[in-house]
Design a protein around this ligand. Structure first.
Ligand code: AHR
Length: 312
């Protein structure tokens, strides 16, 4: 009887509380994303939208379409609308100081998400991201271990001037510099896009003897997946004739690893919205926020992907 009363009381309390989605915080957040061109970024956008809804925030979404000027325009329109906070994913590092200053003058806190800005850190509240150099190092260390430090590598580079491309390259090069028989024999830009990676790989296969290539190192999975297509079309066996290692751990790449077409990918977690909104909540509650909040990511290879399910 006591138990029944206790259960009834719990259901009563739960029934009178609003759900998270109904609990409208009254806050409007402007979110400026780089683009919606591929799998990883779509998952990231989805995470921000879901997390905003869960917390009852009104989210205004803007897509830079990979062009910084569009991002700056969206940023200024959010200031004009007097949003409560701005989440910015910068397409490139430089050129943001002026608008960050404008936001600060307007009293609008800015959270930088994922990639960084080359601006004084007093101009933004915090940055939620990951260690891109470490991602490159992880990829390089995996390859060094896999090849016993003997490997001729071709590199597919991400967007020029983006922190993700620059630092992943630095991290990877840090590692291979430790091995005299590991070196980059060709390098082509692919702009983080599948078509870009495919075109870059086609150029490489036209100019380098495939027998010389031990591994393809791509700055992201989309380019790696494009390269896999190019390698197959050239009558070669990706994952076997040449190892494929990249970054993001999108489902398509994990599947390619499970099927033997690719070999390893470093995880880039798309779940950065939770820590970003927590930081904003703390800020509005008057708490001090750290300038950098890191999210974690591991590495997947054929040893681990077989435990995953690829069903939707
Ligand atoms: O900035 C991170 C990179 O951007 C991701 O690895 C890539 O997929 C995206 O375009």
């Amino acid at each position: 009887m006591r138990l029944l009363r206790c259960c009834l009381l719990i259901s009563f309390i739960l029934s009178v509380l609003p759900t998270h989605a109904q609990n409208d915080s009254g806050l409007t957040i402007g979110f400026i994303q780089i683009s919606s061109e591929h799998e990883w970024r779509l998952a990231f956008t989805q995470d921000v939208k879901a997390e905003a809804e869960r917390r009852g925030f009104k989210l205004l979404y803007a897509d830079q379409c990979c062009i910084q000027e569009s991002g700056i325009e969206a940023f200024r329109s959010f200031i004009e609308k007097q949003v409560d906070a701005i989440l910015l994913v910068p397409v490139v590092e430089t050129g943001w100081t002026e608008v960050l200053q404008e936001a600060q003058n307007a009293g609008i806190p800015v959270v930088i998400l994922e990639r960084s800005v080359a601006a004084d850190e007093s101009l933004y509240l915090t940055r939620v991201s990951l260690d891109f150099v470490n991602q490159g190092r992880l990829a390089g260390a995996w390859l060094a271990q896999e090849t016993s430090g003997i490997c001729h590598i071709v590199e597919l580079k991400g967007t020029g001037g983006s922190q993700a491309a620059l630092e992943r390259q630095t991290g990877f090069n840090d590692v291979i510099a430790l091995f005299p028989n590991m070196r980059i024999i060709a390098s082509q830009p692919g702009d983080f896009m599948k078509e870009g990676g495919k075109a870059a790989m086609q150029i490489i296969l036209d100019t380098v003897d495939p027998a010389e290539i031990c591994a393809v190192w791509a700055h992201n999975d989309d380019m790696a997946l494009g390269a896999i297509e190019a390698i197959k079309e050239a009558g070669l066996d990706p994952g076997d004739d040449m190892l494929i290692v990249s970054i993001d751990a999108i489902p398509g790449m994990l599947k390619a690893i499970a099927e033997g077409d690719a070999n390893a990918t470093v995880e880039l977690s798309p779940h950065m919205a939770g820590p970003a909104f927590d930081a904003l909540a703390d800020y509005f509650a008057g708490k001090t926020i750290p300038k950098s909040i890191l999210v974690w990511g591991g590495i997947f290879s054929s040893d681990t992907v077989n435990y995953l399910s690829f069903e939707p």
